[in-house]
Design a protein around this ligand. Structure first.
Ligand code: 5GP
Ligand code: MN
Length: 321
């Protein structure tokens, strides 16, 4: 991100009246936080803003201001279309199929494909919300309390509560500034990251009951039957991968989640020194060195076998499970 890009962004915004902000499917806290944070900020500048997430806002982020205004489809005509926190255009689903290339892409994934006219990509940012915070500072956009809450949610969730290795003193200074603007960090942390539904924890139980460990690689899977038994309504892993990543003396963990459409959602997490984004990209996915994902066509068993083999290879190990 250079000053020319920030200027270009500022002039695109100042010329636009009707704006659309979009983020990725299976939205996480940074997707929702950057979507709402940027959109609400632009609204305070007097713009008309629409918000779109193909999968809607997950329950854990519904307390954020503006969450009830997020649509699942794009409708109408816009002067400026901005995509946030999405490394490639497929990540937003099919909502823009009729609209062509977006105008602006704001993201922090090293695997970003620069799919828009203006690409503001900063891969050392801990979260996309950090880039939005920097845009606000440079362009003197206002950061109201609802904006601060959205941005702090993205910062907290993508840094796993300031635990990831890319968390810097500056990350904490940004968080402190957002707290000074009135955001209640403890409350945002509890709602977005700590609290789980009873069903989600029961769903963890299904996955934890068949967890495997071999040569510092940990994995498990969640099938459709597990989801039914647990009465879990989401199609994600309920964050089980972040439970697995806490196991001592392991390097990489993987969770496989069977989907109803014949694909498997795979999530990797790794310790410093390992790069799971490069494994995810082999399967059409993406992400960051320590956290990556992909959606792979095929049945659970076959996908699991192929992914574990590629993962072992990248760890410099081979051998069958
Ligand atoms: P998670 O495993 O929590 O879904 O995602 C971890 C990281 O990988 C996030 O940065 C997320 O944006 C990225 N990611 C997850 N799934 C996909 C995918 O299917 N495609 C791409 N490009 N990135 C993904
Ligand atoms: Mn992010």
């Amino acid at each position: 991100m250079n000053s020319e890009q920030i200027e270009d962004f500022g002039s695109l915004v100042s010329r636009a009246e009707r704006l659309l902000v979009i983020s990725h499917i299976r939205p996480d806290g940074d997707a929702v936080g950057s979507l709402l944070g940027l959109g609400l900020m632009l609204e305070e500048l007097g713009k008309e803003v629409n918000f779109v997430l193909e999968d809607g806002v997950p329950l854990v982020f519904c307390h954020l201001t503006g969450a009830d205004r997020v649509s699942r489809k794009v409708d109408g005509i816009y002067d400026l279309i901005i995509v946030v926190d999405s490394s490639d255009i497929e990540r937003i689903g099919s909502v823009l199929d009729e609209y062509g290339e977006p105008d602006v892409n704001i993201d922090h994934h090293p695997t970003n494909t620069h799919f828009a006219r203006l690409n503001i990509v900063k891969d050392d940012a801990v979260a996309t919300v950090e880039i939005i915070y920097d845009l606000a500072l440079t362009l003197s956009y206002p950061i109201s309390l609802p904006v601060a809450e959205a941005l702090l949610t993205g910062l907290l969730t993508d840094s796993l509560g300031f635990r990831t290795s890319n968390t810097t003193p500056r990350t904490l200074r940004i968080a402190a500034d957002l707290m000074e603007k009135g955001a209640n960090m403890q409350e945002l942390y509890r709602k977005a990251m700590l609290e789980k539904s009873f069903e989600a924890v029961r769903y963890w139980g299904q996955g934890l009951s068949r967890i495997k460990l071999q040569d510092r690689l940990v994995w498990t899977s969640l099938n459709l039957e597990d989801r039914r038994i647990a009465e879990y309504s989401g199609r994600d892993d309920a964050d089980l991968v972040n439970v697995l990543s806490r196991i001592r003396d392991t390097d990489i963990c993987v969770v496989f989640v069977e989907q109803t459409d014949g694909t498997v959602k795979v999530s990797w997490r790794s310790q410093p020194g390992f790069d799971v984004a490069s494994i995810a990209t082999q399967f059409g996915g993406g992400g960051h060195k320590p956290a990556a994902g992909a959606e792979i066509r095929g049945d659970l068993e076959r996908v699991q076998e192929e992914v574990l083999e590629a993962t072992r290879k990248s760890m410099g190990r081979s051998g069958k499970s």
